[in-house]
Design a protein around this ligand. Sequence first.
Ligand SMILES: *Cc1c(COP(=O)(O)O)cnc(C)c1O
Length: 344
Amino acid sequence: MKIVDLRSDTVTKPTPEMRRAMAEAEVGDDVFGEDPTVNRLQEMAAERLDKEACLLVASGTMGNLVSLLTHCGRGDEVILGDNAHTYNYEQGGIAALGGIHPRVVPNLPDGTMNLDDIEAAIRPENIHFPRTRLIAVENTHNRMGGVVLTPGYMASLGDLARRHGLRIHLDGARIFNASVALGVPAADLARDADSVMFCLSKGLSAPVGSLVCGSADFIAEATRARKVVGGGMRQAGIIAAAGIVALNSMVDRLAEDHANARFLAEGLAEFPGVAIDLGSVQTDIVIFALHRPDMTPQQLAEIMAERGVLFLPIGGDRMRMVTHYGIEREDIAYALEQIRQVLA
Ligand SMILES: *Cc1c(COP(=O)(O)O)cnc(C)c1O
């Protein structure tokens, strides 16, 4: 049976070029800072995002955790969106492991938080209150449908943060999707952030790894945080080698994933009972709702899985599909035809 796996862009497998680079990678002990391939990847990433330094970590979750542990102490507060990945999908690790208090502000459909809502959430100095340290934003915004935050929004957020002496963390798991969709360098989206995390293992198709980027001082502290959560790796150049290929050759092709997502979304919009905001389909993620008395999203996902079309319900009446490397336009056409047969 043909399988069209739209569950996530994390299902992408390393390219032949990545496997070759991994096999041939020069390595050393990265806890001693002696892995030349890791060092090269970290320097490339720093240059790409125009930050002083970067740090390879095992996953996006680890990158966000290490970043927040570096910005915030126990009892400090981070302002973040109610639909943020860090708030919903990371086991509350910032609270469980870091004693960091989350202060939640609603995410708007465009992935932003209203600046007035953020300002109102900042705590004044008062012995009763936690201390606000950080604002965390997400670009692209996963749960809001892969929408992009613009350089203009980031600049306004940066002004607000500086006015209040706060730092900004950017969960840029898919920052290169945002960069390609907007046609601006990723560095422009990262400029107002004190720290940025991005993933190599999603649309960029590397098998493992994320990077945390920031000032040299920030990265020196983040390297300690990475070690305490067990993230100090040894001959990690094997992983970094694939990451170098990802940055060099997998960024520009994300435009294909975005075009396929649009084709998919426009097809879905035609089906009875499907509600979809085409304006939210800006990158590789398609979120839509099913409004039918005869079928829940869970049931639709199960029926479609039997036909080889895989995707995930994400709560309530909503489902998510993600396009990626290895999914061609003809695969989308096949998936749409299968769904049409079930929903028609
Ligand atoms: C996937 C994702 C993460 C976490 O990355 P993992 O490598 O799966 O731990 C963090 N933030 C966002 C927005 C993501 O989509």
